[in-house]
Design a protein around this ligand. Sequence first.
Ligand code: ZN
Length: 274
Amino acid sequence: MTDHWAEGDVLTNGIRMHYYRTGGDKPPLVLAHGFSDNGLCWSPVARVLQADYDVIMIDARNHGKSEAPATAGGSRAQGDDLAGLIRALKLEEPAVMGHSMGGGATLQAGQVLVIPGGEKPYVPKPTPTPRPAPTRAPAQAPAAPVQVPSASGSLLWPMQGVISQGYWVAQYASHRAIDIAAPTGTPIYAAENGVVTHVQWNLWPYGTMVMVTHDNGMKTLYAHMSALNVANGQTVSKGDQLGACGSTGRSTGPHVHFEVIRNGAQVNPLLYLP
Ligand SMILES: [Zn+2]
């Protein structure tokens, strides 16, 4: 079978590594093979995934067309090779999947292990029930200029569910957010008083998302929604419904990806949640 994939070499970690690449403006997926194989062993997988991913199949050191240095190096060196290739190809937040020996390399590279079609293991951790949205007073005659409620100083859980991924930072990848999983349609609430400063409808990777800016230097971001209940510029109070849980964008199942941005940096939301 002929596959018209690009191939190339990068010099990284002191060796020349060879790779095959399906290409295209798609999210990158790096595949690391097992001990008795080489990069092209992933061809059947790449043929299926190339419609949605820029699939990069690497030849590990001592395998395929990659260099065979004097030292085999083990999974630590292979992890460094992999990380170096990701840097050399300037891949942005690639998904990395490895089989057997390649799996060891991907874990050494500090990357996210992705199993297509698989279930993400998660540690169930119940979150407190969010307070119901405050009932609004009946509409009255237009009041004086809209007052943006000040930040209250403590955050509300944005959705009831289980934490399916925590906040983590590794050398070449990170998840500077928490993921809370719940059935599609579960309401997502504003964690704090503020103004909606960004909304987008189903753009990769966040899908449908809302950002709320608070008056204390904090922003909160809610991603992968299935429905949007607010508009850009709208004032929201803590507990107002922003949208509904979904799986839009880069997501493997319904959840809200919740970021807390403090003075421009994404911080661990759990530090601010009750
Ligand atoms: Zn997330």
